[in-house]
Ligand binder design. Structure first.
Ligand code: S3P
Length: 440
C-alpha cells in the first residue's frame, strides 16, 4: 500500500448550508454486508456500499480469504459503488497478512470471523490500529477455543489467529461495544452450541439484524435496560444486501445546519435505528429544529440558536461516533454547556476523542474541559468560534468536525485541517458535498 503524504486543507467560511443530499453508504453496514456475503455459500449482491478506504480494506481481506467480488465501476472515486456481486462460502487460508488499515470495525469483526476458521491468519493495520485495544475481543474468542497470539500478550495487533473447533459461550462484555458483540456472534456461527451475548447497554444491532435476515437463528431479548442476544450456529444464506446512507456522516451536516441560523438541510436514505440516531435526540434536547421521518429515513434540519444539555453515559453508545460533530454544535450554542458524562470509551477510538475533540474546539477559540471520562463544551454563541488550525490526529471524524466549523465563521475566515488524508477512510466526497450544500 502506498503511503500518502499528509494534505493540509483550508476550508473558507461557507455561511448557512442549504440543500438536499444523500450521504455515502453506511460504513458499519458495509463491513457487515461484505463479511456476511463472503460467508454465505452462493452468490449475493450488495448495493450502496461505502466507497471509503476502511470498507475497501475489508473488501480486500474477504478477497484474500477466497471470496470473489465483482463490481460495476463507481461514477467518481469515493462514490458508493453500484452493484457488487459476491460469491462466497468457501474461505481459505490467506497467503497475505490481512490489513484492516485504520478500521477498528474491520479489525474486531474479522478477528471474530477468522477465529471460526480452521486455518491460520494474521491481522494487522495502521499505526492507529496498533494502539487500539484488541483484548476486548481476544479474551472472549480465546474462551471460545480460538488460539490467538499478539503483541503484548494479545492486547494489540498484529494478531495471529489459529481458529476452528470453537464452542459457544455466554458472555457479558465489560464495555458497551457493537464491535465486541459482533466479533463473538460471527465466531459463534462456527461454534458448537449456542452463543449468548449480554449487553448492559444496547449497541447498534446491525449484525444481529443482518444475520437474521440471512437465515441465521438469532434472537434478541430485552432484559431490563439491556439486551440478551442468543445465536445458534449455522449457515448464512446468500441474497441481496442493501446499504442505506450513513447516519454518522449525515450527522456532520445535520449538526452544523441545526446550529447555524439560516441553514436548511435535508438528508435522505438513512436507517435511523435508535442505536444510531442518539445524536438527533441530543440536538432536540438542545432545542434544534428537526423534522425526522424515521420510516422514510429523512431528516431536515433548520438552523436556530441552541442551548446546552447533558449526555449521560447510558446514551453514549447511541451516538458514540457523533461526538465530534455534536461538540461543534455545542460550542455554537447560545447558552449552557454540552456535557458528555461517563464517556471514557471515547478514548478508544481512531484517536483519543476526549483529548482530540477538546483540542479541536480549543484550536477554534472555544471553551472546553476534558476530564478523565468527561467532556464539557461551553456554548459561545452561533458566531463564537474563530479561525484556526485543527490537528486531525489522523482521525477522519476530527478532520470533518473541523471542516464543518467553517460554516459558522465570518466572511474571510478559514479553518485549516492539518492532515486531511484520513477523511478517505469514510467520506472521500466530503468536500464535494460541502460545496454542494453551500452553492444550493
Ligand atoms: C461500530 C461500532 C462502534 C463505532 C464504530 C463502528 C460498528 O464501535 O464507534 O465506528 O460498526 O460496530 P464500538 O462498538 O467499539 O463502540
Amino acid at each position: 500500500m502506498t503511503i500518502q503524504p499528509p494534505t493540509t486543507v483550508r476550508v473558507a467560511r461557507r455561511g448557512p448550508l442549504r440543500g438536499r443530499l444523500q450521504v455515502p453508504g453506511d460504513k458499519s453496514v458495509s463491513h457487515r454486508a461484505l463479511i456476511l456475503a463472503g460467508l454465505a455459500d452462493g452468490t449475493s449482491t450488495i448495493t450502496g456500499l461505502s466507497g471509503g478506504l476502511d470498507v475497501r480494506h475489508t473488501r480486500q481481506i474477504m478477497t484474500d480469504l477466497g471470496v470473489q467480488i465483482d463490481e460495476g465501476e463507481a461514477a467518481r472515486p469515493g462514490d458508493p459503488v453500484g452493484l457488487l456481486t459476491v460469491t462466497g462460502g468457501h474461505l481459505h487460508e490467506p497467503r497475505h497478512t490481512l490489513d484492516v488499515g485504520n478500521s477498528g470495525t474491520g479489525a474486531r469483526l474479522l478477528t471474530g470471523v477468522c477465529a471460526g476458521q480452521p486455518f491460520r491468519s494474521v491481522i494487522t493495520g495502521d499505526r492507529s490500529i496498533a494502539t487500539r485495544p484488541m483484548d476486548r475481543v481476544v479474551q472472549p474468542l480465546r474462551a471460545m477455543g480460538a488460539q490467538i497470539d499478539g503483541r503484548e500478550a494479545g492486547r494489540f495487533t498484529p494478531l495471529t489467529i489459529s481458529g476452528g473447533n470453537l464452542r459457544g459461550i455466554d458472555y457479558a462484555p465489560p464495555m458497551a461495544s457493537a464491535q465486541v458483540k459482533s466479533a463473538i456472534l460471527l465466531a459463534g456461527l462456527f461454534a458448537e452450541g449456542a452463543t449468548v451475548v449480554r449487553e448492559a447497554m444496547p449497541t447498534r444491532r446491525h449484525t444481529e439484524e443482518m444475520l437474521a435476515a440471512h437465515g441465521v437463528d438469532v434472537v434478541t431479548d430485552q432484559v431490563g435496560n439491556g439486551t440478551v442476544i442468543t445465536l445458534q450456529p449455522g449457515p448464512v444464506t446468500p441474497g441481496p444486501f442493501v446499504v442505506p446512507g450513513d447516519p454518522s456522516q449525515a450527522a456532520f451536516w445535520i449538526c452544523i445546519a441545526a446550529a447555524v441560523p439560516g441553514s436548511d438541510v435535508t438528508i435522505d436514505n438513512l436507517y435511523l435505528s435508535r442505536e444510531r440516531s442518539g445524536f438527533l435526540d441530543v440536538l432536540l434536547a438542545m432545542g434544534a429544529d428537526l423534522d425526522i421521518d424515521r420510516a422514510a429515513g429523512t431528516v431536515r434540519a433548520r438552523g436556530r440558536e441552541l442551548h446546552g444539555t447533558v449526555v449521560t453515559g447510558a446514551r453514549l453508545p447511541d451516538l458514540i461516533d457523533e461526538v465530534p460533530a455534536l461538540a461543534v454544535a455545542g460550542a455554537l450554542a447560545r447558552t449552557g454547556s454540552l456535557d458528555f458524562q461517563d464517556a471514557g470509551e471515547l478514548r478508544t477510538k481512531e484517536s483519543d476523542r476526549i483529548e482530540t475533540v477538546a483540542a479541536l474546539i480549543g484550536a477554534l477559540g472555544g471553551d472546553v474541559r476534558a476530564e478523565n471520562s468527561r467532556l464539557v463544551v461551553h456554548g459561545m454563541g452561533p458566531d463564537g468560534l474563530q479561525p484556526g488550525t485543527v490537528v486531525s490526529h489522523h482521525d477522519h471524524r476530527i478532520a470533518m468536525a473541523g471542516a464543518i466549523a467553517s460554516v459558522a465563521m465570518r466572511q474571510g475566515d478559514v479553518v485549516e485541517v492539518d492532515d486531511w488524508t484520513c477523511v478517505e477512510t469514510s467520506y472521500p466526497g466530503f468536500l464535494d458535498d460541502l460545496e454542494r450544500l453551500t452553492s444550493a
